[in-house]
Design a protein around this ligand. Structure first.
Ligand SMILES: Cc1cc2nc3c(=O)[nH]c(=O)nc-3n(C[C@H](O)[C@H](O)[C@H](O)COP(=O)(O)O)c2cc1C
Ligand code: SF4
Length: 499
């Protein structure tokens, strides 16, 4: 409890912060940003009830609408007495490395350990290397648009957020409706133990900005949102500077570029939830169709791609890779970007060309930490696959032609001394906490699954199987559906490990 004079001071600070934030834009779509700005000024403490009522009144919202938004985003830290961001992570990787009870916060995606300060390629260096020339070509020659679409199709560019949907198909859908589209760069990166987008933006932000501008020019969009994880603060600084450089060089004329922060929940990265949060609503996924490509941000056709998808597009218009940049390898289509963490000596983002076995990632990440024998890997994030060590030694192609999916390339290495069921229980706990709660199968299913995995004794396999079927068939979005599939794979896997 703050002292009385401290409380008074905090009220004044908050009142001033609200006034300033509203002066920057008093519209409902800025609601999340207003709440985050107030939180920042208050040193991480969320807005108070009176403050929220004031914001609601000014934005002409019912108090209940503003309350719904303020409480839906953990990062808003509504009425909290502890500053946001102080909790030590207690998620999968941190609990493996530092023990259960090392923290109780959510994964902050810093599983790659201590790193040096980012050193992004500057605007002038990017320009000097031939960057942004494609924009001149697009504005000079009308034929450049169909040529570029053809090149994207020939290159077979795919989305890198996990599903691998063809990029050209999304662009065509966005252009088909004939309305002015919006482009969104999805940098929410909420997936457990994944840090690839941060790696790209820290090294070469202009590679992403250029591709987003190309997407806007080709589709006729007049607005680009960079939607970036709230706690990726160095990235906000890097992007703000990079965007300002591009705008002052006149490269974005007619296209507004805005950086928005997400609200600290995994679901914020799901494209329909993301769009809802940009519109000032709670981040709840919508039933599809319609897909955002036809009806997205305020009903406009909306192109959402992952940061890595945009970055890799540069290869399509022939940018020469610069060998000294750590991210340059990504310009080769056969390179996969893995986020390797867990019981390895040198965790981090690893661009790998033609990986033949998953176990080779252990060597690429400096080998196992001392005294550890490989127990297996979690492949593909929170609802990914738990692979025992023997499978990590099998040819990757063989696994991929079966049921293995790499998702966004998250790899968590664990040892024989780590309890597989404990690892599965952490993943289920993450999904239960991150379920937005909108639909019963996911809300109840993820909670029951986490409970069952945590309970002592034999696993209730019939329950897990039932939950798996209901969740994979009846959940609104991919969080619940993928969680169902994850549960479906678990019983046989845990049995193999027990025997
Ligand atoms: C629970 C959930 C979280 C997601 N989080 C992200 C994310 O952080 N970043 C991202 O690019 N896509 C995320 N997605 C996928 C997006 O909905 C969308 O498909 C993606 O941004 C499209 O990018 P792509 O075309 O480049 O693959 C998430 C999906 C789900 C179901
Ligand atoms: S599946 Fe889960 S995360 Fe997705 S809408 Fe339903 S409750 Fe929310």
């Amino acid at each position: 409890m703050p002292h009385e004079s401290e409380a008074l001071h905090l009220e004044e600070v908050e009142a001033a912060a609200i006034t300033e934030s509203l002066a920057r834009g008093a519209s409902r779509e800025r609601l999340l940003e207003i709440l985050l700005e107030v939180r920042d000024v208050k040193g991480g403490l969320g807005i108070s009830e009176q403050g929220l009522l004031r914001v609601a009144e000014r934005l002409r919202l019912f108090p209940s609408e503003a309350y719904e938004v303020a409480t839906a985003f953990p990062a808003v830290n509504y009425m909290a007495s502890v500053p946001y961001a102080l909790h030590a992570c207690g998620d999968l990787v941190c609990s493996l490395l530092h023990g259960e009870g090392s923290g109780h916060g959510v994964c902050r995606n810093r599983c790659d350990g201590a790193r040096s300060a980012p050193n992004p390629r500057s605007f002038s260096a990017y320009r000097f290397a031939g960057g942004y020339q494609i924009l001149d070509r697009l504005s000079r020659d009308l034929q450049e648009v169909p040529r570029l679409m053809e090149s994207i199709a020939t290159y077979r560019a795919i989305g890198r957020a996990g599903v691998g949907f063809p990029v050209v198909e999304k662009w065509r859908q966005v252009m088909r409706r004939g309305a002015v589209p919006v482009v969104i760069v999805n940098g929410d990166e909420g997936e457990l133990a994944v840090f690839k987008d941060r790696f790209i933006l820290e090294n070469d932000p202009h590679g992403v900005i250029e591709a987003a501008l190309v997407a806007a020019r080709v589709t006729g969009a007049d607005k680009i949102f960079f939607y970036i994880r709230d706690d990726y603060k160095p990235i906000h600084v890097i992007l703000r500077k990079a965007i300002a450089d591009v705008v002052s060089a006149g490269l974005a004329s007619g296209i507004a570029i805005e950086l928005r922060r997400s609200g600290g929940a995994y679901i914020c990265g799901e494209e329909t939830a993301l769009i809802a949060s940009l519109e000032g609503r709670p981040p709840r996924p919508a039933e599809r169709p319609p897909f955002p490509t036809t009806r997205g941000y305020f009903g406009r056709p909306t192109l959402v791609h992952n940061v890595e998808t945009f970055f890799r597009l540069r290869s399509v218009w022939g940018s020469a890779p610069e060998p000294d940049l750590p991210v340059s390898d990504l310009l080769a289509a056969e390179v996969t970007l893995f986020s390797v963490s867990g019981r390895v000596r040198n965790p981090g983002p690893k661009p790998v060309r033609g990986l033949s076995r998953l176990i080779d990632l252990v060597d690429i990440a400096g080998g196992l930490t001392e005294g550890v024998e490989l127990g297996g890997m979690v492949v593909g994030g929170s609802s990914g696959t738990l692979l025992p060590a023997a499978d990590c030694r099998r040819p990757l192609d063989e696994l991929l032609s079966g049921r293995l999916r790499l998702g966004t390339g998250g790899i968590v290495v664990f040892g024989t001394g780590d309890d597989m069921r404990g690892v599965a229980s952490k993943m289920a706990g993450y999904l239960a906490r991150e379920s937005c709660g909108q639909c019963g199968p996911c809300r109840v299913g993820t909670a029951k699954a986490a409970q069952a995995l945590n309970a002592p004794g034999r696993l209730d396999v019939p329950l897990i199987n039932d939950l798996s079927v209901v969740m994979s068939e009846a959940s609104i979005c991919a969080l619940g559906r993928n969680a169902g599939r994850f549960l479906g794979r678990l019983p046989s896997l845990l049995e193999t490990c027990d025997s």
